[in-house]
Design a protein around this ligand. Structure first.
Ligand code: ZN
Length: 583
C-alpha cells in the first residue's frame, strides 16, 4: 500500500501514511459533497461550494500551480491567499488540505471518498485546524495552536492550519507565530487567508508563498449561476441572472447568496429582472439617469428630491450612492469604448439608454463625478448620519465651479478666495476704525461697493430706513443667495447654506439677517461663530453691510408671527421686493 501511494502520489511522507484503513469503493458517501442528499434547506453557496480544484471557477492560474505542487509533492509550509471576499480563498484552502492528505489522489484533486477526505468534509478531521483571526486574535488563542503543533498528526500526513482574516492577529500573536514559521515541523502547513495583505508584517509575508485571488469575471459568475439554476430547476430571465452576476462584484459566494435571496422571495414562477431589483433594493437604472441629468443641470434641489424619493421607497443611502457610482462608471466605460464595451455585459436596452445619457456629458465630467461619489462612499462608512453625508456629497456634484476637474482652476479659485479674504479683513479693520472714530453714523447703503441697486427698489426706502439691512437689500441677498455663498471658504458649508438654508425677514429686527436651516441642519451651525463671521465678511464685501447673523431653524421662524421668508415679505409688507434672478 505504501508503495502504491508512493507511485501515485510522490508526496514527502513524514508521518505514517500506511495507518489508513481504506474503505472499499461503493461504501456510503455522506454529506457535504454534492447536493441532493440533504433533507433540510441548505444555502446555495454551501450546496454548490466547490469540492475539488476542478470545480473552482475563475482562479485558473492559482489552481494550476497548486495542483502541480501536489502532483510533484512540493508542498510548502506557508501559503498566503489574498483577495477580496467570496473569491474562493477558504474554499481552495480546504480543497488543498484535503488533497495533501488524500489517500487516493485523482490527478492533484482529492478523491472525496477516502476516510481523510470524508473526515475533512465533515469537519471531523484532526488534521485540519481552522481559526478565524477576526474573532480569536489574542496571543493566548494563538498559543493554543502553537502548543498543539508540537504533536504530529495521529492520522494522515499533514496538519493544515487555515487561519482566516490573518491580518487581524495581534502584534504579540504575530511574533509568536513568526517563531513557528521560522522552524515549522515537517508536517505543518499554514494557509493564511486575508483580504488585507498590506497589514501583515513583512517578516510573515516573506515566509509565505503568496497567491492573489482575483475577482471573478461576471461572465464566469453568470455561467455558474446558470448551471446552478438548471440543477435547481429554477427558471430566470437572462437579464436577471446577468444583473446578479454583476452585482456580486467578483465574488462567487455573494452571487450565490444574492440568488438564494431572490429565489426564496419568489418561489414558483420565473425569476424576473424587476424581482431581482426589488429584492436587492436597487432602483431601476432610469432613476440614475434622472439623477445624472439633474446633476448636469446643476439642479441641486431636484437631485436631492430624487434622492429623497429613493430613500422613501425604502432604499438604503449607501446603496443609492453605490449604484449611482456604478451607473456613472458604466457610462464612462461605455463612452470610452466608443459605445461597445462588451465587458459591461449590457442588454440592448441598457446600451441604448447609456448612449442617450452619454451624449450630454464629457468623460472628464464623469470622472469628476465618480471621484466625488467614491469619496462620499468612503465617508459613508463611518458616517453617524449617512443621509446628511450623502446629501452633502450630492450637493457637491452640483457645484458648477468645481466641475472642470481641473486642479489648476481649483487652485486658482482658492487663491482668489484667499485674496478676497485678505481684502476683507483689511476692509473690516477700516470699517471698525471708522465706527470707533464716529465717522460712520448711518449704515452704508446698498450699492456702495459699485454694484447697482436692484431696479425699482425704492431709493426713498433706503434713505428712510437707517437700519443696517434695508428691506430691498434683503431681496438682493435673497436673489444672489447661491452666488454669495460660493465665496465661503469651505465649499461644503457654502453648499449647505446655499441649498438647505434661506434668508428670513423679521419686521421687528431689521438689523439681523436670519438664516433659516432645515431642522436637521441647524444644530450643526447654530452656534458656529466662525461661520457666522465669515458670512458677515462676505455680506460686507458684497453689499457693504454687516448685519447681525443668526442661524435658526425654519421651524422656529415659522412660529414667529413677525417673521417671513424674504420672498413672502413683499406680499405681506406691501413693499416692492423684487427678487433678482441669480446670474
Ligand atoms: Zn481522498
Amino acid at each position: 500500500m505504501k508503495k502504491r501511494e508512493g507511485d501515485r502520489l510522490p508526496l514527502r511522507i513524514h508521518w505514517g501514511g500506511s495507518h489508513f484503513v481504506r474503505q472499499s469503493p461503493g461504501q456510503e458517501r455522506t454529506g457535504g459533497l454534492t447536493g441532493g442528499e440533504f433533507v433540510g434547506y441548505q444555502a446555495l453557496y454551501r450546496k454548490y461550494r466547490p469540492q475539488t480544484f476542478e470545480d473552482v471557477k475563475g482562479q485558473d492560474v492559482i489552481i494550476r500551480t497548486l495542483r502541480n505542487q501536489i502532483r510533484t509533492g512540493r508542498i510548502g509550509h506557508a501559503y498566503l491567499f489574498c483577495g477580496s471576499r467570496g473569491t474562493g480563498k477558504t474554499t481552495v484552502a480546504k480543497i488543498f488540505a484535503k488533497a495533501i492528505n488524500c489517500e487516493n489522489l485523482q490527478d492533484g484533486d482529492p478523491c472525496l471518498t477516502c476516510r481523510s477526505c470524508r473526515a475533512i468534509a465533515d469537519g471531523a478531521s484532526m488534521n485540519v485546524i481552522e481559526m478565524d483571526a477576526a474573532s480569536r486574535n489574542s496571543v493566548d488563542d494563538f498559543r493554543q495552536i502553537i502548543d498543539e503543533i508540537a504533536y504530529p498528526p495521529a492520522d494522515g500526513r499533514y496538519k493544515v492550519y487555515i487561519i482566516d482574516e490573518v491580518h487581524m492577529l495581534s502584534g504579540a500573536a504575530f511574533n509568536a507565530f513568526l517563531k513557528t514559521l521560522e522552524e515549522p515541523p515537517a508536517y505543518a502547513v499554514f494557509i493564511l487567508a486575508t483580504t488585507d495583505p498590506q497589514k501583515l508584517p513583512d517578516t510573515i509575508l516573506s515566509r509565505c508563498q503568496r497567491y492573489d485571488f482575483h475577482r471573478i469575471s461576471s461572465d464566469v459568475i453568470e455561467k455558474r449561476l446558470q448551471e446552478v439554476l438548471t440543477q435547481e430547476q429554477i427558471e430566470a430571465e437572462e437579464k436577471a441572472v446577468r444583473y446578479i452576476a454583476r452585482k456580486a462584484e467578483g465574488g462567487m459566494r455573494d452571487a450565490l447568496s444574492i440568488m438564494d435571496q431572490c429565489v426564496s422571495f419568489y418561489t414558483g414562477g420565473r425569476l424576473t429582472y424587476e424581482q431581482v431589483l426589488d429584492v436587492l433594493g436597487t432602483a431601476p437604472r432610469t432613476q440614475y439617469a434622472v439623477m445624472l441629468s439633474q446633476t448636469l443641470q446643476f439642479d441641486c434641489s431636484g437631485l436631492l428630491t430624487t434622492f429623497d424619493s429613493l430613500l422613501m421607497s425604502g432604499r438604503d443611502t449607501r446603496q443609492i450612492i453605490g449604484d449611482f457610482t456604478w451607473y456613472l462608471r458604466d457610462l464612462l466605460l461605455f463612452k470610452a469604448s466608443g459605445g461597445t464595451a462588451e465587458s459591461l455585459n449590457l442588454t440592448d436596452e441598457d446600451a441604448e439608454e447609456l448612449l442617450k445619457a452619454g451624449k450630454n456629458v464629457s468623460e472628464d465630467r464623469l470622472m469628476y463625478l465618480i471621484a466625488v461619489l467614491s469619496e462620499v462612499a468612503g465617508d459613508l462608512r463611518n458616517a453617524s448620519n449617512p443621509r446628511i453625508t450623502a446629501e452633502v456629497g450630492l450637493i457637491r456634484l452640483c457645484r458648477p465651479e468645481t466641475s472642470g476637474a481641473d486642479p489648476l482652476a481649483a487652485s486658482a479659485r482658492l487663491d482668489e478666495v484667499a485674496q478676497q479674504t485678505a481684502g476683507l479683513s483689511e476692509r473690516l479693520n477700516r470699517v471698525e476704525e471708522a465706527i470707533r472714530d464716529g465717522r460712520m453714523i448711518a449704515a452704508p447703503g446698498a450699492g456702495q461697493d459699485g454694484e447697482k441697486a436692484s431696479g425699482k427698489a425704492g431709493d426713498a426706502d433706503r434713505r428712510e430706513v437707517p437700519k443696517l439691512v434695508a428691506p430691498e437689500l434683503f431681496s438682493r441677498i435673497q436673489g444672489q443667495w447661491k452666488n454669495t455663498l460660493q465665496a465661503m471658504k469651505d465649499p461644503g458649508t457654502g453648499s449647505i447654506m446655499a441649498n438647505l438654508a434661506e434668508p428670513w425677514y423679521n419686521s421687528s429686527d431689521q438689523e439681523t439677517l436670519y438664516v433659516a436651516f432645515d431642522d436637521d441642519w441647524v444644530k450643526a451651525y447654530r452656534d458656529n461663530q466662525k461661520v457666522k463671521e465669515e458670512f458677515q465678511d462676505i455680506l460686507e464685501a458684497k453689499y457693504g453691510v454687516r448685519p447681525e447673523v443668526r442661524f435658526v431653524s425654519k421651524c422656529e421662524m415659522q412660529q414667529r408671527t413677525d417673521s417671513v421668508r424674504v420672498q413672502d415679505a413683499a406680499k405681506i409688507e406691501g413693499i416692492d421686493f423684487p427678487i433678482e434672478e441669480e446670474d
